[in-house]
Write a protein that binds this ligand. Structure first.
Ligand code: GEK
Length: 245
């Protein structure tokens, strides 16, 4: 909650008899800022750049969507940078624990109104949007449902609008995946995660977070009707794209 000290992520520090599928519950929400910072290379930079991209692309009297908002970091960055106060930010997550904490964090800031919605992003209408953010969320949507979601986002975007799509990706050539995963694990180890923590977390995410190669994302964006997409960030197996409506 606002004002709380960041809590260190020790969720996988002890040997578990059984590693269950990863869920975004209260235990995860409590340690989430530390978990993201130490697990996603460039997370802080991506959030700051989402603020700058919103500043550049937000159109007057439109909506900005933060889909899979977790604690609302991208919403807060967009709100801090928005030139026009007549925009609304719609922040959506289907984890009640995340939404509750996001509400407390966003209550502290000023600027454009933020509608915080606890819902599945597959059920949320996207209308009158100038900026849509999927910051490491699509990877949790079943692969077979990703195209439909992107098509709905594309139809909800105004001309000139953008989608910011950040994802953990899979390698595209033999051996590339192992190299990327290796570097990501080295990043986590350098941030203080033990080999046990890294391997148990990997196991927990196995059936939950499904990464795809970069080209698959680019092709899907094109097929969903985006005019063009541009890779603007990559560090190991973490990327972010801007797709133009
Ligand atoms: C950030 N964007 O800090 N509907 C709604 N929410 C979902 C769904 C779904 N179908 N599937 C997953 N989520 C954030 C970080 S975290 C990334 C995003 C990570 C939510 C889930 O509850 C979680 O809060 C978020 O997507 C993914 O910029 O944990 O690697």
């Amino acid at each position: 909650m606002a004002g709380e000290d960041p809590v260190k992520d020790r969720l996988f520090a002890h040997g578990l008899d059984r590693v269950d599928d990863f869920v975004f519950d209260e235990r995860v929400a409590r340690v989430f800022p530390d978990m993201l910072q130490r697990s996603i290379p460039g997370y802080g930079a991506i959030i700051s750049m989402i603020g700058l991209l919103a500043e550049k692309h937000a159109q007057p009297a439109t909506r900005l969507y933060d889909l899979g908002c977790s604690l609302g970091a991208a919403s807060a960055a967009m709100r801090a940078n928005l030139p026009a106060a007549d925009c609304r930010i719609v922040a959506v997550d289907n984890s009640p624990a995340m939404v509750e904490r996001a509400g407390a964090q966003l209550a502290a800031g000023e600027g454009a109104a933020v509608d915080l919605v606890c819902a599945d992003i597959r059920d949320v209408a996207i209308v009158d949007a100038s900026v849509v953010v999927l910051n490491f969320t699509l990877q949790f949507v079943p692969v077979g449902e990703r195209s439909a979601l992107l098509r709905r986002i594309r139809s909800g975007l105004r001309p000139g609008g953008i989608l910011i799509l950040s994802e953990k990706i899979a390698g595209s050539r033999p051996g590339e995946d192992a190299e990327l995963v290796d570097m990501h694990h080295a990043f986590k180890a350098a941030n203080g995660y033990s080999a046990l923590e890294i391997s148990q977390k990997r196991q927990a995410l196995e059936n939950v977070l499904v990464p795809e190669p970069l080209a698959v994302h680019q092709d899907r964006l094109a097929a969903a009707g985006f005019d063009h997409s541009m890779l603007w960030f990559q560090c190991f197996n973490f990327v972010s794209l801007i797709a133009h409506a």
